[in-house]
Structure formats: structure tokens, C-alpha cells
Design a protein around this ligand. Structure first.
Ligand code: ADP
Ligand code: ASP
Ligand code: MG
Length: 401
């Protein structure tokens, strides 16, 4: 078999952990599998690097941030290859550039444009284990880029797709995908399977067990994706097509995203083109706007509320600076979070959202914004109620049963 194994931050979080990872990789190689390893930086390292930069500048240049952040994965990829060699395996460490990963130039959240298979296959043919630094690539001009937080998952899936791997295993610190974050609700249940679409929603809505773009790409390239623990040998969770998921529970999982902020634009001019101008400016600044709520206009004015990642709040304020004339007031709230329920079964059931609203109402949790799609319902609430709301909804949809 041709396998890509990706090890996350905790899995390579210490020298002991790296040695354990090398053992696991070696076992696969000894079984006769061809193995490509993708590693994250040691847990906490990427955050430490960001903190260091922020101690120097509030707005560090993103190109230089990528130079800085890409270093974390270089460390673990070299150490893992060294650990493999020590076990007698033939391993080679490769940076994103050496693995041939080409991205666009949107620093700190670059998109992969090309992953040629040859730079990796060449090493496999020579009987080597390729150990690749995740989370990074290079632009056509030769600048180092990173793929957004959690981006090593994306590296793994992109490589698995490029070399047509039989399996892409994402090794992490939990046994697989659960009905909700097991750190928030210890009654959470591990799922044996979940559809790409549900996983994509959960990941996009805050379940960081997989990076959302990696799930999107896995679906597109039909990569067989499994998440499992690097701390034991239990079977993980298979992320697969909906047809292969026998059960279609109404709600499969609950997700919490605490890194949300809300912007409220009050009494915006109610004329064609205003939304296009405002959201156009945010798009040019590469800000990820999520929920948008516009109230019905009155006296030629309307209110626009939307959510953005907290980390992009300052950028959002800057991007909106020029719109002073088109609205009365701008307000920002950094103390909100988004709680969501996800499930393909929602498509064919009614009353799913109503149960969410009544469950939160019973606990006196006020809903600030609502958004729905075919397979999810999300609400924005005060951040301090985030974990409580997750537990309430987990029980309300019988996910602990
Ligand atoms: P890694 O460093 O291996 O990439 P992450 O920290 O990015 O790991 O993701 C694993 C974490 O995701 C778990 O420790 C868990 O707290 C969290 N998580 C959030 N939602 C879920 C979920 N539904 N199922 C499993 N883990 C989840
Ligand atoms: N080290 C990066 C991060 O912390 C990428 C990853 O771990 O996947 O976001
Ligand atoms: Mg991760």
C-alpha cells in the first residue's frame, strides 16, 4: 500500500513523541508499505512564533510571518527523519519547496496550486521514506508561504491526492472524530464513519480535528481519509462519501468556534451596491466573512451584521475605515462564539432548528445571530456560554446515547 501518514503537533510534541512516531512509521514500512510522512510543528511552537513576532510588531508583514512560521515544521521534519535513520530506516526530510508544493502568494493562508508527484515518488522508488514539512509551500517567485492554521492536514491530503495514495491517515491526540469535542463533553462518542460533507461543515464550524480545506480537497480528489490517535492502535474514523455512511443521523455532531467576532454596521445607506462595496473591500483584504445578516431597510437605511475570525478583527476595522460616510456607526464585539449542529439527516426532517432554539432558551442563553444551510444550523451567542451550549445541544439531540 501507498500511505500518507500525517502527525499533528501533540504527536510530535517532544523528542520522546518523535521517537514513538518513527517507530510507528517504521512498522508500516516493515509491513511493506510505501510511506510518506507529513509532520506539524511541535504543539505550541507555531503559537510561540506568532507571539514573538507580535511582541515586535502589531502588524508584522505576512511574507515574513511565513518565513517565521514555516520554521516549526522544518524542525520536526528533520528530527523525525533523524529518528527514522536511527531505527535503521532510509528516510529523507523535505521542506514544502523540496516536495514541490506550489501555492499562490496569499501569505499566511496560501492556496495550493500544484503538487507534482515526481519529487516525492522519486524518493519512494529509491526505497526511502519521505518526511515532509507540513503547512508550507512556495510561490512561483520562490517566496515561502504557509497554508493557514492546521494546514499540515491540507499538505497531507494534497500529497495523497497527487501521488494517488491508497490511504491518508491523520494521526492526532484523540481517537478520531467525535460527536463533539471530547475536551468539552466527556460523553462525546467516537464516530466510525462520517461523510465528507458533514466533516467539512464540522471542520469549518470549529471542530479543529481536521482542517476544513483538507476535507474539501479530500472530497474533491476522493482521498480515503482516516483520523486516528498516534497514542494507541484503536481504529479511527473514516471520512467517506455519504453513500458509504449507512446511518444518516439527523444530527451527527456539535461544533464550537470560539474565535469569532461580530461586526455591526448601523444605519447603512440602503441603495444598490453598498453591500458590494463593503464586502468587496473586505474580500480585497482577504478577510473571511462568515454569517451576514441584513435587516429590512427603513427610511433609506439598513443594518448589516456579520461575523469574522477574531484574528482578523483589526484588519476588518482597517478595511472598513473608508466607509464612515455610508453609515452611522460601526460596532465590534469580540466576545461571541458560534455553536453549530451538523447532520445530513436534517435535509429530510423538520423541527431540528426549533429544538436548538428551545434548548438554549431553557437555559436562558440569548441568540445573537442565526444561520442555516441544508445540513447545519449555527447560532452566534455570548462566548462565555459556548461550552455550556455545546453540552446542552449534545444532550438535546441524544448524541450521548
Ligand atoms: P493536531 O495537532 O494533531 O493537528 P488538533 O489540535 O489540530 O490536533 O486537533 C485535535 C483536537 O481537535 C482534539 O484534541 C480535540 O480537542 C479537538 N476537537 C474538536 N472537535 C472535535 C471533534 N468533533 N472530534 C474530535 N476532536 C475534536
Ligand atoms: N503548525 C501549524 C499550526 O499550528 C500547522 C499545523 O499544525 O497543521 O497551525
Ligand atoms: Mg490540527
Amino acid at each position: 500500500m501507498l500511505i500518507v501518514q500525517k502527525y499533528g503537533g501533540t504527536s510530535v510534541g517532544s523528542i520522546e513523541r518523535i521517537k514513538a512516531v518513527a517507530q510507528r512509521v517504521k512498522r508500516a514500512a516493515d509491513r511493506g508499505d510505501q510511506v510518506v510522512v507529513v509532520v506539524s510543528a511541535m504543539s505550541g511552537d507555531t503559537n510561540n512564533l506568532i507571539d514573538m513576532a507580535l511582541k515586535i510588531s502589531k502588524t508584522p508583514t505576512t511574507r515574513e510571518m511565513d518565513m517565521l512560521l514555516s520554521s516549526g515544521e522544518r524542525v520536526t521534519c528533520a528530527l523525525t527523519a533523524i529518528a527514522l535513520s536511527e531505527l535503521g530506516a532510509n528516510a529523507i526530510a523535505l521542506t514544502g519547496r523540496q516536495a514541490g508544493i506550489v501555492t499562490d502568494g496569499v501569505h499566511t493562508k496560501a492556496r495550493i496550486e500544484e503538487v507534482p508527484s515526481e519529487p516525492i515518488l522519486k524518493h519512494l522508488r529509491e526505497g526511502k521514506i519521505a518526511v515532509i514539512a507540513g503547512f508550507q509551500g512556495i510561490t512561483r517567485d520562490g517566496d515561502v508561504t504557509t497554508l493557514g492554521r492546521g494546514g499540515s492536514d491540507l499538505t497531507a491530503v494534497a500529497i495523497a491526492g497527487a501521488i494517488k495514495a491508497d490511504l491518508c491517515e491523520i494521526y492526532t491526540d484523540v481517537d478520531g472524530v467525535y460527536t463533539t469535542d471530547p475536551r468539552i463533553e466527556d460523553k462525546a462518542k467516537k464516530l466510525d464513519r462520517i461523510s465528507y460533507d458533514e466533516m467539512l461543515e464540522l471542520a469549518s464550524l470549529g471542530a479543529k480535528v481536521l482542517q476544513n480545506r483538507s476535507v474539501e480537497l479530500a472530497k474533491k480528489l476522493r482521498v480515503k481519509l482516516v483520523t486516528r490517535s498516534s497514542f494507541n492502535d484503536r481504529e479511527g474514523t473514516l471520512i467517506t462519501s455519504e453513500e458509504e455512511c449507512m446511518e444518516k443521523p439527523i444530527v451527527s455532531g456539535v461544533a464550537l468556534d470560539k474565535n469569532q467576532a461580530r461586526a455591526s454596521l448601523i444605519r447603512v445607506e440602503d441603495r444598490p451596491g453598498v453591500a458590494a462595496e463593503i464586502f468587496g473591500a473586505l474580500a480585497s483584504a482577504a478577510i473571511n466573512v462568515d454569517m451576514i445578516v441584513q435587516t429590512i431597510g427603513r427610511d433609506g437605511k439598513t443594518n448589516l451584521d456579520f461575523t469574522i475570525p477574531s484574528a482578523e478583527l483589526e484588519q476588518t476595522k482597517r478595511a472598513l475605515k473608508d466607509f464612515g460616510g455610508a453609515l452611522d456607526k460601526q460596532e465590534f464585539d469580540d466576545q461571541v462564539c458560534k455553536v453549530s449542529i451538523v447532520g445530513v439527516g436534517m435535509k429530510s426532517h423538520s423541527g431540528v432548528a426549533a429544538r436548538l432554539f428551545s434548548s438554549l432558551a431553557k437555559e436562558n442563553i440569548n441568540i445573537l445571530m442565526i444561520s442555516t444551510s441544508e445540513i447545519k444550523v449555527s447560532v452566534v451567542i455570548e462566548r462565555k456560554y459556548g461550552e455550556l451550549a455545546v453540552r446542552i445541544l449534545h444532550a438535546a439531540y441524544d448524541l450521548d446515547k
